[in-house]
Design a protein around this ligand. Structure first.
Ligand code: FSA
Length: 422
């Protein structure tokens, strides 16, 4: 690929900005990112969040090694200010299903033999083991698991903002407030995209990084990628409460949910419930994309709220009955097997898709763009697991690290509306 080839990136979220950054650093001079949101981080980007877990234990060593590489970058100047290596307390409550306990054990095994984690892991077998690593907890926490000090979290929205600034400084053009209407073709060659406002962008290579909304612009990917949403909420702490919880590890009871150290600036504590997430299928059930109306993502189900409160009751009971603020669904792009999809789109030239974040890609922000650059330059994806897959996702695949069954939030919302009208 010539360094002055025009490269169009559709979407300015995690994959889009990482791609723009790595291409610009490699000397590409004509990069344009088109983003629907008028602001960065994009409103609908999954990365536009207070924080995201940064951890490298995976059941699969392939991802563990990549995540370790990413963590190295999270410690360096561009990303360092947004990374807090507070550790990761991973556990199950006594009520957890066997499947959940087994996942945790596999996760532990994946790191306990690895030299990177030498002296970084402590077993959690009794309550005092928790006090040893995190004295601020006040709850009974009858949990078992482990504490991993080589992990933490990133201020994800702030990290995206920093990467955006870095892209601008490298000469990347960013067009905000432009919604992609469709891809443009000459025969089978993708030559760019046009937007709803009528703008046309020409490109030698077009890279689609549209997160959970990808199927709306690239419908052929719908069988293998589904928008799946995960519930979250915040609790407002006072400055004193936030100070007391300073340094709290990311705490994940696999069967209940997880939460983070309160944000240093706003003193908000983010809490998420564990679960298999929700789809939002269209009426003809051909694709799951996030709902068009913002209010449909601005609530959480009572069952998820109950899990969040139970998680807090067991760990920080003084917070368990507090108001839950900013309740919302964070939409991710799930692939069948939670592998990313980074590949040329079959049947068309000049068109690459980067998708399948599956709720675990944010940690890769510092390095993901390198993988896209490689595909762009080599003309093919040589990592089989990241190839485009002609498989039909059935809608309820069992992902080992998730608990429960996935439901369709549009259906549940319709039922809620009917019940509230009765
Ligand atoms: O990389 C990570 O540890 C992200 S886990 C957070 C989470 O909510 C998952 O637990 C969930 O299953 C989904 O993948 C979204 O992300």
């Amino acid at each position: 690929m010539q360094r002055d080839a025009s490269i169009l990136i559709l979407g300015g979220g995690t994959f889009g900005l990482s791609t723009a950054y790595h291409l610009a650093r490699a000397g590409y001079t004509k990069i344009t990112v088109v983003e629907k949101s008028a602001t960065v981080p994009p409103e609908q980007s999954a990365g536009n969040d207070l924080n995201k877990i940064i951890r490298a234990e995976y059941e699969d060593p392939f991802y563990a090694d990549l995540a370790l590489e990413a963590i190295e970058q999270w410690r360096k100047p561009l990303f360092g200010p947004y990374y807090r290596e507070v550790g990761y307390l991973l556990a199950t409550s006594p009520a957890a299903e066997e499947k959940t306990k087994a996942t945790l054990q596999r996760s532990l095994r994946s790191i306990s033999q690895h030299p990177a984690w030498e002296s970084k892991i402590r077993p959690i077998e009794k309550r005092s083991d928790i006090s040893d690593v995190a004295p601020a907890f006040t709850g009974a926490m009858p949990w078992t698991g482990y504490f991993n000090s080589l992990a933490g979290y990133a201020h994800s929205a702030d990290a995206l903002t920093a990467l955006y600034s870095a892209c601008c400084a490298l000469g990347v053009q960013i067009e905000l407030g432009e919604t992609i209407e469709h891809l443009r073709y000459e025969g089978s060659c993708c030559i760019g995209a046009s937007t709803k406002s009528g703008k046309q962008f020409d490109a030698t290579a077009t890279i689609v990084t549209l997160g959970a909304s990808v199927s709306a612009v690239l419908p052929s990917i719908a069988p293998q990628i589904k928008a799946v949403g995960f519930p979250l909420a915040h609790i407002q702490l006072s400055p004193e409460e936030a100070k007391r919880l300073r340094g709290l590890p990311v705490t994940y009871a696999r069967d209940l949910g997880f939460f983070f150290e309160p944000d240093h600036r706003t003193h908000l504590l983010k809490v998420c419930s564990a679960g298999a997430g929700y789809t939002w299928f269209n009426a003809s059930e051909t694709m799951s994309v996030p709902p068009a109306e913002p209010e449909d993502s601005a609530f959480i189900m009572d069952s998820d709220e109950a899990k969040m409160r139970e998680l807090l009751r067991q760990s920080l009971p003084e917070l368990a009955d507090r108001p839950l603020l900013d309740k919302r669904i964070c939409w991710c792009a799930d692939s069948l097997d939670t592998d990313f999809v980074i590949d040329y789109v079959p049947g068309s030239e000049g068109l690459i898709v980067v998708s399948g974040d599956s709720g675990h890609a944010f940690k890769m922000l510092p390095i993901a763009g390198q993988w896209v650059k490689k595909v762009l330059e080599e003309g093919r994806q040589d990592v089989p697991r990241w190839r485009w897959k002609e498989v039909e996702m059935q809608g309820n695949e069992s992902v080992s690290w998730r608990v429960g069954t996935r439901k369709d939030l549009r259906e549940l919302t319709q039922q809620r509306t009917v019940i509230s009208k009765l």
